[in-house]
Design a protein around this ligand. Sequence first.
Ligand SMILES: Cc1cc2nc3c(=O)[nH]c(=O)nc-3n(C[C@H](O)[C@H](O)[C@H](O)COP(=O)(O)OP(=O)(O)OC[C@H]3O[C@@H](n4cnc5c(N)ncnc54)[C@H](O)[C@@H]3O)c2cc1C
Length: 466
Amino acid sequence: MRRYTCDVVVVGAGLSGLTAARLLHKHDLDVAVVEASGRVGGRACTLENPDLGMVSDQGAVRCGPPMSTLWQLIKDVGVKVWQQSPSQMVYITEDGVSRFNPTSLPTWNPLVRLDHHNVFSTMDRLANQIPPEEPWEALSAQEWDSCTMKDFFDRTVWFKSVRRITDAFVRAIACAEPEEVSMLWFLWLLGQTGGGRWATLVNPNPPQFRVSGGMQHLCKVLAEQLGDKVTLNCPITKVENVEDGALVTSKEATWEAKAVILAVPPPCYSKISLSPALPEAFHHITMGRVYRCTLYYKTNFWGNGDRFVQLFADYPGCLVVNAYDDTVPGNKYPAFTATVSGRNAIEARKMTKEQRKNAICKCLAKAFSSEEAMQPLHYEEKNWNEEEYIGGGFCGHFPPGVLTSNKTFGRCNPTAGRVFLAGAESATRGYGFLEGAVWAGKRSAEQVRSTTSSYISSYTLYIIVL
Ligand SMILES: Cc1cc2nc3c(=O)[nH]c(=O)nc-3n(C[C@H](O)[C@H](O)[C@H](O)COP(=O)(O)OP(=O)(O)OC[C@H]3O[C@@H](n4cnc5c(N)ncnc54)[C@H](O)[C@@H]3O)c2cc1C
């Protein structure tokens, strides 16, 4: 068994862990980043296929100035970004295909528009009543945490067509069904990420950017800057608080450190023997279900001038929840990527890869009336629930009763030892998304710095007194 000593061990080389390590390294702390898998980036994962001349993001894709902490990191690190053109939405249901701009709705029925406006503005209003740092302190926290988003929609929505949109909204963001997620948790999430309108069919469409070379490139650059401080293929199995520090153990090595930052997704907490243990409620955070599926074509038959095409689909038997033009500048071929999430991901799991590909092609053929849609040049897919050290995507959700049962969520140091939490699911800003990952990484580094520096100064004082 190899033994190392360092100031801080960061467990997990996703964006959050790497952000924390970067800050600690900048402040001259000796840091070791230990990653279970064979690559850095976690849920930022970019496939590269030089034969096809393509780069495609299978995980996180988009960023933009409203994600201010992430945006600052991108600027500091100096990776290049490119801007997507404004969107054209395509909405496909059993009633047909409608095309519209993000600021309009695919209906002229004033009552349906009123219903739609009412449910989304109610979500925004309630979300604003939830304190981001302490969601359990909201006036109606207990009531909202005892029911699901399905209960809320049952009470609030009048029209079936609007109900479809609200259900798809939860499926698209949480990758889970409305009946699975706590109303308090979902509204808390919306409040942190800019309100219910940001991802709806009436999105005011803030500018969207993508990292050149893919989102994982940002993580690779962060890891390069840390050099040999990053160890891959090394799952951590045990983290113990000991006197004056912590002990971190994998199969082959042990690290003695003054502090540990745990930057892993919630399902991985239970794979690590932690002492003291995290409160039991942390183990009830559940990852969403999601596949990312990319198809490459000879031509972009969906092309709409300069507009970036996004597709929302909802008809019986349809696998796709949403999909978008994924043509990346410099790639040899145009591409379209589909997200299959929530209940649709359960259906997808019962199919073969070929069946999933055909189901997605059929949806594109229907949406764009194109025969070429059935003949992609190449198909790539990723089932995030099969990732042993991640467990799903986009993020972890809370079933009813969990958020109010433990008032240490969103606290960096829930056990008051030397173990600090980072990771997108420990954020109270940008929860579950890239912004949250960077925000929580920064926060954990700042907390570790203040803890270790008080440890060092009391140690220095002790020596002086002696
Ligand atoms: C399909 C998909 C699309 C998304 N799209 C977007 C988007 O467009 N915009 C956006 O903002 N967000 C998006 N997200 C969410 C975003 O990717 C995540 O919020 C973010 O990447 C989380 O970063 P993290 O560092 O907290 O966790 P992760 O990226 O999950 O990293 C955690 C790391 O910990 C490692 N680990 C786990 N257990 C151990 C162990 N025992 N020992 C050592 N290492 C361990 C894992 O291998 C992993 O590398 C998407 C996510 C998915 C899956």
